[in-house]
Design a protein around this ligand. Structure first.
Ligand SMILES: NC(=O)c1ccc[n+]([C@@H]2O[C@H](COP(=O)([O-])OP(=O)(O)OC[C@H]3O[C@@H](n4cnc5c(N)ncnc54)[C@H](OP(=O)(O)O)[C@@H]3O)[C@@H](O)[C@H]2O)c1
Length: 288
């Protein structure tokens, strides 16, 4: 989702080599610029790509992003989310490339949001633990890096890509299907378009540091879904609130991982978008 948003907002001055999961090869849609299928856990192919392309910066968006899948498949998830990432960091160190890592709001315990960067990470699930493992590794290496911790992201995914809270609600409500939504976990929902703009800024300027990136509103998934129904003129009465305790999810959920984004505002000079602004932008750009 974020990789696709990045490519769609890429400046023509930037030469990009994008890679996608070989499981999706051949792609059913066009990507702007050069791209190729490449498994990020294939070290020899990744090394060959560094030698061939000599990147000045890497934006690392590839990951297994499902909290529950990662909890149930810890070894496989670790191989992609941690081991492969460490390999790429080592290559950045060797070739002098700046590394931009997508961490997560899941690094926080969720017991006293909104979180700023001064709070020590204390994840409650394996997905969050893996993000912290990479952040810690980065700090121990001689490499130029930015850690971006996106909050819960929403936006149009690539065609056939993983749904997010907003697109899931749009699909259900357009099909007039009722849908249960968790109403007791809090986030700072973040538009992928906004996240892509921030990411290009830190990557092209090679800004070093760790930043929490979120939207302007602290809200539950249920409130986000109600806003989605309103902006897309869909029937909100099909939405039912449930507790995260009733979902029987494999991974433990943090209750409140909303963000205080003052560091982003102060140092990166970006003002967070409201959910309404982010959803209106999605509506303008049109559905997948
Ligand atoms: N979405 C959020 O709300 C959120 C919040 C905080 C942080 N993040 C982090 O931000 C980053 C981007 O998130 P996203 O939502 O854009 O994720 P996404 O849509 O799931 O994209 C991740 C991509 O990585 C690919 N991938 C997985 N294993 C791979 C491998 N071995 N080799 C090559 N490609 C591989 C996936 O392919 P398949 O789909 O074919 O597996 C997918 O295309 C991730 O690091 C995620 O953990 C996301």
């Amino acid at each position: 989702m974020l990789g696709y948003a990045l490519l769609q907002s890429k400046s023509p001055d930037i030469e990009v080599m994008s890679v996608y999961n070989p499981s999706e090869d051949p792609l059913k849609y066009e990507l702007p610029g050069s791209s190729r299928a490449l498994d990020v856990s294939n070290l020899s192919k990744i090394t060959a790509l560094f030698k061939e392309f000599k990147p000045e910066a890497i934006i690392h968006t590839a990951a297994q992003g499902s909290l529950d899948w990662c909890e149930e498949n810890k070894r496989e998830a670790y191989a992609v989310n941690v081991t492969s990432t460490k390999n790429i960091i080592n290559l950045c160190s060797k070739y002098g490339a700046h590394f931009v890592f997508m961490s997560s709001n899941a690094v926080y315990a969720g017991d006293h949001g909104p979180y700023n960067e001064k709070v020590t990470p204390k994840p409650v699930n394996h997905y969050g633990e893996m993000k912290v493992a990479v952040e810690d590794f980065l700090k121990s290496q001689d490499v130029s890096f930015t850690v971006l911790r996106p909050n819960l992201m929403y936006g149009w995914p690539c065609p056939g890509g993983r749904d997010n809270q907003v697109t899931r609600v749009i699909s259900s409500l357009r099909a007039k299907e009722p849908i249960n939504i968790v109403s007791d976990t809090y986030f700072s929902p973040l538009s992928t378009t906004f996240m892509a703009t921030v990411t290009w800024h830190v990557a092209t300027n090679m800004i070093k540091g760790t930043y929490n990136i979120g939207g302007a509103d602290r809200m539950t998934l249920f409130e986000l879904s109600e806003k989605t129904a309103k902006v897309f003129s869909l029937d909100a009465s099909l939405l039912s609130p449930i507790s995260h305790k009733d979902t029987q999810a494999a991974a433990k959920r943090a209750i409140d991982t909303s963000f205080d984004c003052s560091l982003m505002q102060r140092e990166l000079k970006f003002e967070p978008l409201s959910v309404e602004e982010g959803l209106e932008g999605m509506k303008e750009r049109g559905s997948k």
